[in-house]
Design a protein around this ligand. Sequence first.
Ligand code: FAD
Length: 544
Amino acid sequence: MVIVGAGFAGLYMLQKLRTAGLRCVVIEAGDDVGGTWYWNRYPGARCDVESVHYSYSFSAELDQEWTWTERYAGQPEILRYLQHVADRFDLRRDIQFSTRVASAAFDEGTLRWDVTTKTGDTYNARFCIMATGCLSTINRPDIAGCADFQGPIYHTGNWPHEKVDFTGLRVGIIGTGSSACQAIPLLANEARELIVLQRTPNHCVPAHNHPLPQDYVEHIKSRYPKLRRKWRESEAGSNYPIGNRSALEVTPHELDLTYQYRWDVGGIPFLTAFDDILLDAAANATAANFVTRKIGDIVIDPEAARRLTPTHHPIGAKRICIVTDYYETFNRDNVRLISVRETPIERILPGGIALVGEHIPLDALIFATGFDTMTGSLMAMDIRGRRGTPLREAWADEPATYLGLMVADFPNMFLITGPGSPSVLSVMTMTIEQHVEWIAECIDTLEREGVDVIEASPEAQREWTDHVHAVANQTLYPAANTWYTNANIEGKRRGFNIYVGGYRDYDQHLERVRRERYAGFILTSQRHSEPASQFPERSAAIPN
Ligand code: FAD
């Protein structure tokens, strides 16, 4: 088996397959494990799902021996956790670090994958598992003059390993998404001057991060098995309390009390205060209006408050930012907010940035411009399936998959949290485990039953992709210009390829397909040299 990527997904996939006695190699571009938490080392980087939840559940011993110190762990702590996992399960010996996969090609003669690295090494494998991440290829807009800038340029998604000291410097930051909103308050503490260049303001809700008291940690640890089970059985696959009323059926006073309570608790549960916030525009507006009022209360300068107020998308249709002191930072004298919609960037100069009508001197520049999400890392490789078909061609219209797990015509290639699965709209540690466990069980079944090839049937892929769209179209997500809809990447085709039917619902799909002998997948046994199973019939190779 070749597994590409050594983040949460690749590490667990390796552990799982190796435990089953299979020979695996993980190929990782970075020089250590961690994935997201290896690359995103910007000031303030931390999870926005609570640490006790944003962690593996597969090992009860690991749950007991690891102690999270903060409600939302910072990047260094999450990286230490993943390094601990790698050491504890002795994973490093099967990981090839500092190696980037350039291409992967399926050989129809041998029914095996040839995976080639940038340095020209080739690995030959029966299965190729892409654990390459949804947010792992940075997006850096091509702004004229960038190459002339004389100071350092950083990207939040590829931050240096050593501490960057901005003391006394004039720093510009482009972007106000989740990473920027975490970084800006800390940068403002250090920089002489911080210029925030904002295209689209987003809704921010306080994290109320804090150290975890020992008695709370002990309480969680003592109940971990039960809690993990409960979260897995919940609709959203999380510990978020979900309101069961419409925002439109309560009085204005109740609305206010409910939102204020959620604001005081902090975090993503703000969005689940009522059950129709992401379904109904009028309900959504009640939540957005509450945040708008908060911005007005916190930000002293009315002009800055106006610029910070989101008007371009419904609240939650773009990932809300879970922040500490974000809005308060705009009350500081050394922070200036510029809307590049109102004052566009003309070009970057050797000593700063030219906006329409103004030149701003800068010593350092930070791109907080996010990622080429969902498909960026897959499309960066030259992946070829049957008849040499490039993935880039197969996905020219949209990244269609069956269950987010496989692509028709790309046999024996699995995706972990691929397009068409809940992925970035779920607690990812949980959906990663869900995929890893499903894939491991599938491979084990194929091995036992002598099936050589599994691939998505084109009909099942079409049906699933249509279903993903149909479910999404019942929500407010697809209408907004966000990275969920590819609107952040120039030239990328608009689409919405995240399954928003909920964790439990998706799990039921996975379970049904497994129970029905991998319905929707074509299973082929070389010995019979003909399909062993075709959707929706049952497998001939796998006895009932
Ligand atoms: P990644 O962690 O992205 O790992 C993929 C790995 O594949 C990378 O190390 C990359 O180097 C490697 N790779 C890619 N292409 C190649 C190639 N061609 N050759 C070799 N190696 C390759 N999710 C949540 O659920 N909750 C959160 O609170 C949360 N916070 C986040 C905060 C930030 C700043 C970011 C960026 C993301 C956050 N996420 C969060 C999403 C996060 O990406 C996932 O939770 C999770 O870490 C993904 O793990 P992964 O292993 O699937 O992918």
